[in-house]
Ligand binder design. Structure first.
Ligand code: ADP
Length: 278
């Protein structure tokens, strides 16, 4: 890790779902930190706990143990009212796999993208519209689309609008949950390139994916999650050239097949056999 004070630190975090006989631990003692401006991949198969960890960071699920701190402020100690105030600042933003979760189907792209700034307050409508226009340019969307509804533009354009919305509050941490997996391959490449270009010294990216191949080219470090446990955290080149954990070795071995659209099922069967899992 670097000597710079972390932007985000996750320390010994446990997350459970359900009660009684249905109680299940989704995250076990998660520990990692993200430095300002760092681009980090959070990789694991479906059900490994990636979204749960992300939801814990943005306060949608409450860890039962451990601490999550942002700029050394303990988020796990915030009351619901303080969480709402913290969210309004927009310093942590989230982009979902499905942009329709970020964009209201009945609102124009302009209004959806502007909404976080309206909620935060302090700017006139004209100032907000100017910022929305500029942000549209940065994500390579034509201004003529500002008056459209999400249903009237393509999937790739919707995801660009969702990214514009997330970036407008100038977040310090942007969490991207499988942001390209619903898109066709041409759009995937374009959005990944765009994110790569936008990742500067001011915004850290936490890039969630089941596919190491799709994030290896843009991440500084990779966190590998397997069945709710972080099994490896390292620089991306070390993960690729010298994977230590058996699961990581399999991920690395499978990455070319996965990016070429190989069968997830075959891969999971192989993984289970290799790890002796049920
Ligand atoms: P991933 O994002 O890696 O696919 P998730 O974080 O969605 O994984 O899920 C981790 C585990 O927690 C899975 O076993 C999943 O079934 C379980 N889980 C996720 N959300 C809920 C929920 N709301 N209630 C109960 N169990 C859940």
């Amino acid at each position: 890790m670097t000597d710079i004070a972390p932007l985000l630190s996750v320390e010994g975090v446990d997350v459970h779902y359900g009660r009684g006989a249905r109680r299940k631990q989704a995250i076990h003692a998660a520990d990692f930190a993200i430095a300002p401006g760092e681009v980090v991949g959070l990789i694991g198969e479906t059900g490994s706990g990636k979204s749960t960890l992300a939801r814990a960071i943005i306060g949608l699920v409450r860890p039962e143990a451990g601490r999550i701190a942002f700029h050394e402020e303990d988020l796990t100690a915030l009351t619901p009212a303080k969480w709402r105030a913290f969210r309004r600042t927009g310093v942590i933003q989230y982009v979902f796999q499905d942009p329709l979760r970020s964009l209201d189907p009945d609102m124009t792209l302009h209004d959806s993208v502007a909404e976080p700034l309206l909620i935060r307050g302090g700017l006139t409508r004209a100032q907000i519209t100017e910022k929305v226009r500029r942000q549209f340019g940065k994500v390579l969307l034509d201004e003529t689309l500002l008056s459209r509804l999400p249903g009237q533009v393509s999937g790739g354009q919707r995801q660009r609008a969702a990214i514009a919305r997330a970036l407008l509050t100038e977040p310090r941490l942007l969490i991207l949950d499988e942001p390209v997996s619903a898109l066709d391959s041409a759009n995937r490449v374009q959005i990944l390139e765009l994110l790569h270009a936008l990742a500067g010294p001011d915004v850290a990216l936490l890039f969630i994916s089941h596919d190491l191949g799709s994030v290896a080219g843009i991440t500084d470090r990779v966190i590998v999650l397997y069945r709710g446990r972080i099994v490896e955290v390292d620089r991306t080149d070390s993960i690729i050239n010298r994977p230590a954990h058996p699961y990581t070795k399999l991920l690395v071995g499978s990455a070319p097949t996965l990016t070429a659209g190989g069968s997830d099922r075959q891969w999971r069967d192989r993984l289970r056999a290799e790890l002796g899992a049920a």
